[in-house]
Write a protein that binds this ligand. Structure first.
Ligand code: C2E
Ligand code: CA
Ligand code: CA
Ligand code: CA
Length: 279
């Protein structure tokens, strides 16, 4: 019995140390990764449900690690959060978003919107507003084409400061969406006090939609309320024709998910997009 206990303990220990090692590796390698341009965006299409028209993309970051291959953001963003690297990576993302809009325009594809995820530490960085001003000055693109995604958690962490930063960025012309809506503790009534343009319903609710399911009711009433409050609503994680049809019946504005398109690397998008769009 003692041996068995000992074995269990050592197995536990081993996987613990694997996790710790992975974390240390990521923390260490991220600095080089920024210098060596190992990050890139995959872009996921968003369509207007009533017309099926492509309206823009969400930019989703990928890390092509020289030894480990692709590392997904759910793994490295939480490790980077609250570090200087997170701020640097955030700036890279904003720059890239403007560059993508410019590249699309050079292909004759203008008028699209890019949504970028802002982490909490990036949003609260005192240099953010100045950086955004500089980007706008350097770019031919307008801020109206850039949507900034914040989670409920980021927004409620420090409401006074959030309001101040949001108002300044709104003044520059950026729009805001609340990501993963429904997974935090904030209410729509509360969020409607903020200069928020778009609510993105978390994909767990979309996945749970079937006839008469509680999730379907939740999505339906959320869509109705968001629209009543004058904001737009995006459903994320749309994977089936049935989900899209439910969302259409509910008058949900925008859909995003594998059923419409998987995220596509920037360079691939430039190859496939022109032929898919009738101008
Ligand atoms: P998110 O903002 O909720 O992004 C949506 C995630 O759902 C993406 O995962 C996307 O690939 C995935 N997804 C899209 N459609 C479907 C679908 O139909 N079914 C399912 N099951 N999943 C779908 P990804 O790319 O792994 O990103 C994970 C999270 O990492 C993002 O969640 C976001 O919170 C964060 N993230 C991604 N890029 C960035 C970034 O540039 N900066 C920051 N700060 N965070 C980022
Ligand atoms: Ca997002
Ligand atoms: Ca989300
Ligand atoms: Ca998420």
């Amino acid at each position: 019995a003692k041996d068995a206990g000992g074995d269990k303990y050592s197995v536990f220990n081993e996987s613990m140390s694997t996790q710790v090692m992975r974390r240390i590796e990521i923390e260490h390698d991220v600095r080089d990764a920024l210098l060596q341009e190992q990050f890139k965006f995959a872009l996921q299409a968003q369509i207007e449900i009533s017309t099926g028209k492509l309206i823009g993309f969400e930019a989703l970051i990928r890390w092509l690690h020289p030894k480990s291959g692709y590392i997904m953001p759910d793994e490295f963003i939480p490790i980077m959060e609250n570090s200087e690297s997170m701020i640097t990576l955030g700036y890279w993302g904003i720059k890239r978003a403007f560059a993508i809009l410019a590249h699309l325009e050079s292909l004759g594809l203008s008028g699209y919107r890019i949504a970028v995820n802002l982490s909490a530490s990036q949003f609260l960085d005192p240099n953010l507003i100045q950086f955004m001003r500089e980007q706008l000055a350097e770019s031919e693109q307008s801020a109206a084409q850039v949507e900034l995604e914040l989670t409920e958690r980021t927004v409620v962490a420090d409401i006074e400061q959030t309001l101040q930063i949001m108002h300044q960025l709104k003044e520059l012309g950026f729009s805001f969406s609340i990501d993963d809506f429904g997974t935090g503790y904030s209410s729509l009534a509360y969020l409607s006090q903020l200069p928020v343009d778009i609510i993105k319903i978390d994909r767990s609710f979309i996945a749970g939609m079937s006839d008469n399911s509680a999730d379907k009711q939740i999505v339906k009433s959320t869509v109705a309320m968001v629209r009543k409050l004058g904001m737009k609503v995006v459903a994320e994680g749309v994977e089936t024709a049935e989900q899209l049809s439910f969302l259409s019946d509910m008058h949900c504005d925008v859909a995003q998910g594998y059923y419409i398109s998987k995220p596509i690397f920037e360079e691939d998008l430039y190859q496939v997009l022109p032929s898919k769009i009738d101008k």
